[in-house]
Ligand binder design. Structure first.
Ligand SMILES: [Zn+2]
Length: 235
């Protein structure tokens, strides 16, 4: 089977790759699939919450997780079916990129809010949201202008709070956090492979879903199930 007909030619780094119809469909499906599970998963955390902090963290995390898949699906649908509406597509593309910053902050929130961490945790608790806001502002002004810079920003945002997490005295869940993080890093290879690997962007989506799934499992298992209670921060 000739895989090339599923893929268009690679474009220079200052241009945007044009996916084939197959690729467009895969881009939409690979994130649309996770919208309902994200909502259900967030609700589970909400119902397992035993106090205000747990409930707030469940909502923040759930909102980040669900909006990542929802906004990505909306953007890819618009890019596929309504690409002639240039400004609408541009706006959705910006939102797709902005939500990643909030998703990263939201993924860290339950750990920073609920786990007993080192002395830096209380600062990182709000700093992640400041970083997400700075990232969003950057996207607003410089969207697609310096692509390498964007990648560096996401990596800093993704790795920097982990330094605090790594210092936690209780190591439960650390392994899952690292494996999930590795999924995102590995996925970035495909994120940069449009026109080289057929369905590269959809493969990137699957790596994101896998990373998010592993992180969800760790949050559910180590921060929200009753056996996790004795390890939690005394509030
Ligand atoms: Zn995408």
């Amino acid at each position: 089977m000739n895989l090339v007909r599923f893929m268009n030619n690679r474009v220079p780094s200052n241009k945007r790759y044009q996916p084939t119809n197959y690729e467009h469909a895969a881009n939409c499906a690979t994130h649309a699939l996770w919208i309902i599970p994200s909502l259900l998963g967030s609700s589970v955390l909400h119902f397992l919450s035993e106090d205000q902090w747990e409930r707030v963290s469940a909502w923040l995390y759930g909102a980040g997780l669900t909006s990542l898949f929802l906004i990505s699906t909306l953007f890819h649908t618009v890019a596929w079916k309504k690409s002639h509406l240039r400004s609408v597509e541009h706006c959705f593309h910006m939102c797709d990129r902005m939500v990643i910053y909030f998703f990263i902050a939201a993924s860290y929130a339950p750990w920073l809010n609920l786990r007993e961490l080192g002395p830096w945790a209380c600062h990182m608790r709000w700093l992640v949201w400041v970083m997400a806001s700075v990232g969003t502002t950057y996207v607003f002004f410089f969207h697609e202008r310096y692509k390498l810079m964007e990648l560096i920003c996401y990596t800093v945002m993704g790795v920097f709070p982990a330094l605090v997490i790594l210092s936690m005295p209780d190591r439960e869940g650390l392994w899952e956090l690292l494996v999930g993080g590795a999924c995102y890093c590995l996925g970035m290879v495909f994120f940069k492979s449009d026109g080289l690997v057929p369905f590269a962007h959809a493969i990137w989506h699957l790596f994101v879903a896998m990373g998010a799934g592993i992180h969800y499992y760790a949050i559910y298992r180590y921060l929200y199930t009753p056996t996790a209670n004795q390890m939690k921060l005394s509030r």
